[in-house]
Design a protein. Structure first.
Length: 372
């Protein structure tokens, strides 16, 4: 029998053990890719939402664990507006609130008579006016709630009339509701407070001018952080903790996968001592025997890695379809992380196979042939 044929035969001779080892590697890779996809989906959704509104800079409170805990005075907009290079500044209050009994959605309190919110794209309907308890629903959220113009929805258990359906293009905006800022402040009991300020600049493409505005706004208060849309979630501790947790869980899972391979191959070497002695007796070199055991470990890891990449992609799709459909967070498994994960799995498979391969190569042919 050829070396490749013997290698494959050894893997399938214990199908249960090989399958469970492969499954362990696959679950480690799938978990890593799904968690990475969630993290990237959060960043992409935030960036797309702000870009659609034409935002150049975002001002938030520094050091907040999560987005909604930022708490700034609305009157700070007057100081920001006086800074040279600022075309407009608008405060927004954000919250994740219940709609009825079974649904939750992101709700934004916007200054609808101020840029950049004055040009909200509407499929139908109009902007709410002061005092009417009107709400605009993104198209995805409206479909999820089975709501249309004139429908009354319960927001934080208070009735609001749907007056507009937003034609947003970004998934995050399509899955949110928009109220007038003052009405959301009253609903949440946070008068005069906002979560963030969104700024448009007179020269948004001039990097030096943008950085000068950032520095001037940051100097207003020591607790402010000023970010471009692509950086907003980098300062969010909850997202940072999610990324760190994803990395820690992934490393632990991959190490466990390596140990699974080590355990599988150590047992295989113990069971095949006589067979390895025969190979050595008929002229197989130590390096060839090492290659046989290492090859089994690498094939197990590679097969588990590829299976895990597919499972991670399908898991991301299932998570989006059944859990995050109305959240605006799309989960996709990227090619680069998938390749990295598979390569890591193969490397760990090789490392896990080193000891049993070394042990097999050290067997004395005479002693090995005595064992049955």
């Amino acid at each position: 029998m050829t070396w490749p044929g013997l290698l494959l035969r050894n893997l399938v001779r214990r199908p249960g053990r090989s399958s469970f080892t492969l499954l362990g590697v696959a679950l480690a890779i799938a978990g890593f890719l799904t968690l990475t996809g969630v993290s990237k989906g959060l960043r992409d959704a935030s960036q797309a939402s702000l870009r659609e509104r034409g935002i150049d800079l975002v001002v938030m409170q520094r050091g907040m664990v999560e987005f909604f805990s930022s708490n700034l005075p609305e009157i700070l907009a007057d100081d920001i507006r006086r800074i040279p290079g600022v075309a407009s500044v608008s405060g927004e209050l954000g919250a994740l609130l219940p709609f009825g009994e079974d649904n939750h959605a992101l709700v934004g309190g916007w200054q609808l008579d101020n840029r950049p919110f004055e040009a909200i794209p509407l499929i139908r309907g109009r902007l709410p006016v002061a005092g009417e308890h009107g709400v605009i629903l993104g198209q995805v959220l409206a479909e999820a709630l089975h709501a249309d113009i004139g429908t009354t929805v319960l927001l934080q258990f208070s009735p609001f009339k749907v007056v507009g359906i937003g034609g947003f293009t970004s998934p995050a905006n399509s899955g949110m509701a928009v109220l007038r800022l003052a009405e959301l402040q009253a609903l949440l009991g946070r008068p005069g407070r906002v979560t963030l300020f969104q700024m448009q600049l007179t020269r948004p493409d001039n990097i030096a001018a943008r950085e000068a505005v950032r520095a001037a706004v940051s100097a207003l208060r020591p607790d402010l952080v000023v970010s471009v849309p692509d950086e907003v979630l980098k300062t969010n501790r909850s997202v940072a903790m999610l990324a760190a947790s994803s990395a820690a869980i992934s490393v632990a899972a991959l190490v466990m996968a390596g140990l699974l391979i080590l355990n599988t191959l150590v047992m295989a070497v113990e069971e095949r001592t006589h067979e390895i002695g025969i190979l050595a007796a008929i002229g197989w070199s130590r390096w060839r025997i090492v290659g046989l055991i290492l090859g089994e470990g690498v094939i197990l890891a590679a097969a588990g890695g590829l299976t895990g990449a597919i499972a991670g992609h399908l898991g991301g799709l299932a998570l989006y379809r059944f859990v995050l459909l109305d959240s605006g967070i799309a989960i996709t498994v990227q090619l680069a992380p998938a390749i990295t994960a598979v390569v890591c799995a193969v490397g760990l498979g090789g490392l896990g196979a080193i000891y049993p391969a070394w042990k097999a190569s050290r067997l004395s042919p005479t002693a090995a042939l005595r064992q049955r």
